[in-house]
Design a protein. Sequence first.
Length: 512
Amino acid sequence: MNAGMFDLGTPVMRKGGFWETLGSGFLRVLYFICIGLMLICFIGAISLIDSIGTEDWWFFAAISVAGLLSGAVVVGAAGSEISLQMQKIREKNPPRDCLIRAEKGGIELQNFWNSATISIPSVDDRGWVFEAPGDTHWYRENPYMRDEEGVLKEHPTKIGTPVPATISMAGIASIIMATLLIFSCYAVAVYSTAGWECDNGEIVRLAFAGGEDDDGNPTGICRDHSDYGISMPAWAKSPEMENQFSAHPLVTYGTILISLIWMGVAITRSRRVKTIQDQSTSLVRSVAIGNAELVGQVRKHLKNPMSVEVDDDPSKTVDDLYHWHWTYEIYVCRKVKTDDGWEERCAWEQVRQKHGSRDFILHDGTGGIVVRPRTWKWKRTELGQHLVQWECAHDLRIRGLLTNLFTTGDVRRHRWTLYGLKIGDPIYITGEVRPREEEELRDEGIKPYKDRARKSGAVEVIGNDAPGFRSYLERGSELGAMSNARSDIDYFFPAGIVVIGAMMLFSVWGFA
């Protein structure tokens, strides 16, 4: 599955419930509007570069900010060509899990008076794309034996590894954002560091010199009032007045910090994509000891999957989980004092969270292998979109009332969100394959090198890193893991622009 040279990044149209379909349609329209606005703002900002250092510099800054905001929407909303191709395959031949999710998905009002709702996504971004073995295969007495159908239809040895587009609209938007960010910081630095020489020899910042008050009366900073009503930088006529002051730390050190974070994110995401692309996918029946990439289906090992009570609430119980994580958040509103008076600010705040897991079998059709999900770092675990989300106006349990009592501000909503990996789900992992403990093998009655029907049961997969190799555990097949991947151009070109621009700003104004 190859995305080609250019990826327009059209958001995937979710054909679920009414509101979900309407929301995804609106997102598509907003996406193309923001692309147009971003390009207009970029062209406008480039044409106004000469205004930097003049009284019209703020117009350049305003257009740049508008371009940054519209670009951020484009990057956040952009889909991928791989995702669109996956959706077309699902629509043409929907797998069983896709039909079940579409039937059960949606938002259900549980209690009108408490505004309590349950939200289950009707579209699964990381679910099966092709048909997978059903539940008759999940609980077999010998979980290591080969399936009669052979290798899974969605295995990379059959369909290959997806290749992202050389450049995408998200990458172009990131390049435009990086350019506008550096130009904006440059404009602020020029304005805030230029000097005005008063008639008495005193030098003041241009940012503090001249202008008018709210009544239209001239204002000034010079003690001799020689800067009354000025609007033109002094260094426009006297170049020696330029860069008399060091820039504000938010301009220099802030830009450096943003550039380092941007480059760090680019490196992290590129490493993940490179790991998936460069590491060939092994078949369980022939996997060797050492680093490996495996794709398969979650099946039962020794213990049945878990039933999880979210936040110890029996009414929020979800079954068949092998790897899970839930969060509890409250929507709090507080009064904050500003220069214009008191202002109400509201936000979701996390109160607590919990995660857990249980060993399971990864089966790719050729055999099953034991996976120890606890050994993966949580930051290297990706479970995709939530399974279930509960929301209400009031948590009437004792612990909910205590939360309201001890929280500063007005608690208006409560939300519990569960993410998880269930039995039968697709699974993608990179990790270390190693022999299992002899005691475990004896308990299961497995004899290494002799028990051919359970040969793969003699080894296990854990989340250990190695030089040049990182371990990941993700819900979904390799298609799901690569569905939103970008090329190195998309990752590093914008980050490089920001890093180089930040270094140039810092070299001029950092120690001025």
